[in-house]
Design a protein around this ligand. Structure first.
Ligand code: PA5
Length: 447
């Protein structure tokens, strides 16, 4: 087991008998989930995905990744939300810290940029400049196939590809990941003859990292997607079979709900390694969109430490006491820097001579955990064995399962996102989209 949940540091905020008392409810929530009896039960395909994925498509993903690696210097992955964050998190976690800027000899695979996750012309123009006249391919990812942000970006890059390679050749450089039958993107892909990959009906966007949505860009980056799936499959096995006392995903769900009941309305997910930054962003979407509804939920934020100890650290230590903290700790780091002794100790750091950066980092973490605990913040730990595909597969599954259980514990449907529609409706109306005339009139009066 490469992912371990440890809440022993929060013992001054939560008693063991409270966790025990949550056993029945948590197991009930788990059974509701696994037996597909709860709200949103038509979106539970992710539970068995690590073992029941489409093997033929998986092989096609690897072939497509190989083709992109061979014929492109750059891949543009276009998508937003669940069609963006999983791949971004995995590539950032698994690959070089400066993946796109390090030399090709070190990276060995195409540069990968993301687009369609914002509506910024500056971002798009700058990205076009980065591509320059180099060979590139596009992976357009949208389950619904109708989301505005990626659709706009795709128009731009499609035109660029067609201008550069001609329509027929361009079509061979466009990979569409979308619904198997519905949506504008599917229609477009069929009409233009793009290679397509399927987002299964029963897997929602934020749970789709282990489908082609995440797997194609991750495979292009050179990461081992077999190992990623193996990690998730093993986590599934453990999560479905382990009893409550030994079931980390269930314990995480139970403990954060107990703490929420004690007024901890905000959960911050902390990391001490920059490679984990986008795992935090992925988690924010997974937990925020799954639990924040019906006027309830735990608000999610992510912090990069020790960086943010010099900004938000003040608030965490000393501000409103409605925060709980979950720390992602990578136990064994793959890279090391040893601090050297200097003849004259002008910077006063000789006391660290011979020590590794990781030693310093881990002690910063241990000290911070104790300081935050003393300041009234319950701290939970998620220990990640190492920075590899297998551990990440386990981590993805751990977080997904825990949020399903946690959502049921708090009485919401963790698999819908009705709140996302409100901004879209207003945006369409203001943009003058056909069908939104009445809303447009109302909104213009208010502006
Ligand atoms: O979790 C979700 O379903 C959403 O965040 C979607 O991933 C996001 O809105 C993008 O949707 P789509 O893939 O349909 O373009």
């Amino acid at each position: 087991q490469n992912i371990k949940f440890d809440y022993s540091r929060a013992s001054s905020f939560i008693r063991e008998d409270e966790v025990k008392q949550m056993e029945e409810l948590t197991l009930l929530a788990k059974e509701t989930l696994v037996q597909k009896r709860g709200a949103g039960n038509d979106f539970l395909g992710w539970i068995d995905l690590p073992v029941a994925y489409d093997k033929e498509e998986f092989a096609r993903i690897k072939q497509a990744a190989k083709k992109i690696q061979d014929d492109s210097e750059v891949l543009i992955a276009i998508g937003i939300g669940g069609s963006y964050l999983g791949a971004k998190a995995a590539i950032e976690f698994l690959r070089h810290s400066f993946y796109n800027t390090v030399s090709k000899e070190v990276r060995k695979t195409p540069e990968i940029y993301f687009a369609g996750q914002n509506i910024s012309a500056t971002y798009l123009q700058d990205l076009i400049e980065v591509i320059g006249d180099r060979d590139f391919s596009v992976n357009i990812i949208s389950k619904s196939g109708t989301t505005t942000e990626p659709a706009i970006a795709f128009r731009v890059f499609k035109e660029m590809l067609e201008k550069k390679y001609g329509k027929e050749e361009a079509a061979k450089r466009i990979y569409a990941t979308t619904d198997k039958a519905r949506g504008s993107l599917k229609n477009l892909a069929d009409a233009e003859g793009y290679e397509t990959f399927v987002v299964p009906d029963d897997v929602g966007g934020r749970f789709s990292v282990l489908t082609a949505v995440g797997l194609l860009p991750i495979a292009v980056s050179g990461a081992d997607i077999d190992l990623l799936m193996k990690g998730a499959a093993d986590a599934r096995e453990i999560t479905l079979s382990a009893p409550y006392e030994e079931n980390d995903a269930l314990k995480y769900a139970a403990v954060r709900n107990i703490l929420h009941g004690k007024g901890k309305d905000i959960e911050i997910l902390a990391n001490y390694e920059p490679n984990l930054h986008f795992v935090g962003e992925w988690w924010k979407q997974l937990y925020g969109e799954s639990e924040g509804k019906d006027q309830k939920g735990i608000f999610n934020a992510a912090v990069d430490l020790t960086t943010d100890l010099h900004s938000l650290g003040q608030f965490i230590q000393d501000g409103s006491r409605n925060i709980m903290e979950t720390v992602m700790n990578i136990e064994t780091m793959d890279q090391e820097v040893v601090l050297k002794e200097e003849a004259v100790d002008l910077d006063g750091l000789n006391y660290l001579a011979g020590k590794t950066m990781d030693f310093v980092n881990k002690n910063a973490m241990r000290g911070t955990v104790l300081a935050h605990t003393d300041g009234g913040i319950p701290v939970m730990m998620i220990n990640i064995a190492k920075r590899d595909e297998y551990s990440l597969g386990q981590l993805f599954y751990f977080f997904e399962f825990a949020v399903g259980v946690s959502g049921y514990l708090s009485g919401v449907n963790p698999f819908d996102q009705p709140g996302v529609e409100s901004y879209k409706k207003n945006m369409f109306a203001l943009l003058g989209k056909p069908g939104f005339e009445k809303e447009r009139e109302e909104l213009l009066k208010r502006l």
